[in-house]
Ligand binder design. Structure first.
Ligand SMILES: *Cc1c(COP(=O)(O)O)cnc(C)c1O
Length: 383
């Protein structure tokens, strides 16, 4: 097996024009946050129906600023999912609030809105839904719950660029909506993120929280009313983001086409009859995924060595795979807050059994069938 034939679970694709644009920034005399960052923000705002957008160093800092903008802190409860990248919960802790994890829906693998409603208390201030693999939740229901109880919504849309709800882009609607441009996301700025907000007043506060809370007062003065972090996106990163954003439509289209190839391959291989859970396609209520990931649920209780052995055997056949994500409430820190096995059964089962298969635009139409037949062969060996 050589590197040239190895199929990773994802791979960034930066084109030559973008590499040239990065070179121009590096020789321009201005390499950190400046005109490229502002141009990236303006293009993102256009993508999100003209709503105010500010760019950040990464998706995690974007989320942290969003939580601060919602004035969340000590004594506040924030309802979220534990089937996510640990950043989602860590930022709640970082601002001093308390994460309240509720279970996911076993079909969509997203936060259960029934469970959200059941978990609301007098101390609940916000809901953080996560659009796992790019599939949105029922946005009508989410916002009707939020309105009814006077809650802020901070959407962790890190994986959901170009996903849709009833035809509208995630980010074009909603309260505070956070995206990541990490190297593994559908479009990247190497590292980066952006926040979509409701007003220019919010955007101004986000700018301050992004850079130490500094307010410039005239040519020689400055003031700080509210300390912020160091969360700005450099123009070098913004140039990469601009180059990727130009290709967003074709990237989304290619991912959907590859997901169709997977759908055909899993049907031909009768994967469902082998006990493998398949990813949800589109929610009949109107959610459309951007196919950030193609995740199958392995019948781990019936397999020797379960997921780890499957990953190793796939790797030996030249196929990479990933784990997104272990149930985070069972990490030591969250256990110490009282979270235990058995509290979130669907999350825990999916956390043990979900496997992310390769999906990225440069794959060929025949790659999904190759991946699926390798998976079937491996499952045969491990059963
Ligand atoms: C990627 C990701 C983040 C964090 O984004 P970074 O850019 O890596 O900081 C947060 N939440 C989810 C669901 C993610 O997938």
């Amino acid at each position: 097996m050589t590197d040239s034939t190895f199929l990773p679970f994802t791979r960034p694709d930066i084109d030559a024009a973008t590499i040239a644009a990065v070179g121009e920034v590096l020789t321009s005399g201005w390499i950190t946050s400046g005109p490229k960052m502002q141009a990236f923000e303006a293009q993102l705002s256009a993508l999100f129906a003209g709503r105010p957008v500010r760019a950040f160093a990464n998706g995690t800092s974007t989320m942290e600023v969003a939580l601060r903008m919602a004035n969340l802190g000590a004594g506040d409860e924030v309802i979220t999912t534990a089937l996510t990248w640990v950043a989602t919960a860590n930022v709640i802790v970082a601002v001093g609030a308390r994460p309240v994890f509720v279970d996911v829906d076993p079909v969509t693998r997203n936060i259960s809105l029934d469970a959200v409603e059941a978990a609301i208390t007098a101390r609940t201030r916000a809901i953080i839904p996560v659009y796992l693999a790019g599939l949105p939740v029922d946005m009508d229901r989410l916002y009707s719950i939020a309105r009814k109880h006077g809650l802020r919504v901070i959407e962790d849309a890190a994986q959901a660029i170009d996903s849709r709800w009833r035809g509208e882009r995630i980010g074009a609607i909603g309260d505070l909506v956070s995206f990541s441009f990490h190297a593994n996301k559908n479009i990247n700025s190497v590292e980066g993120g952006c926040l979509v907000m409701n007003s220019e007043a919010e955007a101004l506060r986000a700018e301050r929280l992004r850079l130490q809370g500094v307010i410039r007062t005239g040519p020689d003065g400055m003031e700080v009313e509210e300390p912020g972090g160091k969360f700005n996106l450099s123009d070098v990163h913004a140039a990469v983001g601009i180059g990727q954003l130009a290709r967003l439509e074709s990237i989304t289209r290619r991912r959907a086409a590859l997901a169709e190839c997977y759908a055909d391959a899993v049907a031909d291989a009768r994967l469902a009859e082998l006990g493998v859970g398949l990813p949800p396609r589109a929610d009949p209520a109107g959610a459309l995924t951007n196919w950030h990931m193609f995740q199958v649920e392995l019948p781990v209780d019936r397999m020797l060595g379960a997921r780890a052995a499957t990953m190793q055997a796939l790797r030996a056949r030249g196929i990479g795979s990933g784990v997104h994500y272990p149930a985070l409430h069972l990490f030591k820190f969250y256990r110490a807050q009282g979270w235990r096995e058995g509290m979130l059964p669907h999350t825990e089962r999916l956390g043990r059994s979900l496997l992310t298969l390769p999906l990225f635009p440069a794959m060929t139409d025949t790659d999904p069938a190759r991946v699926v037949s390798a998976l079937v062969a491996v499952m045969g060996e491990l059963s």
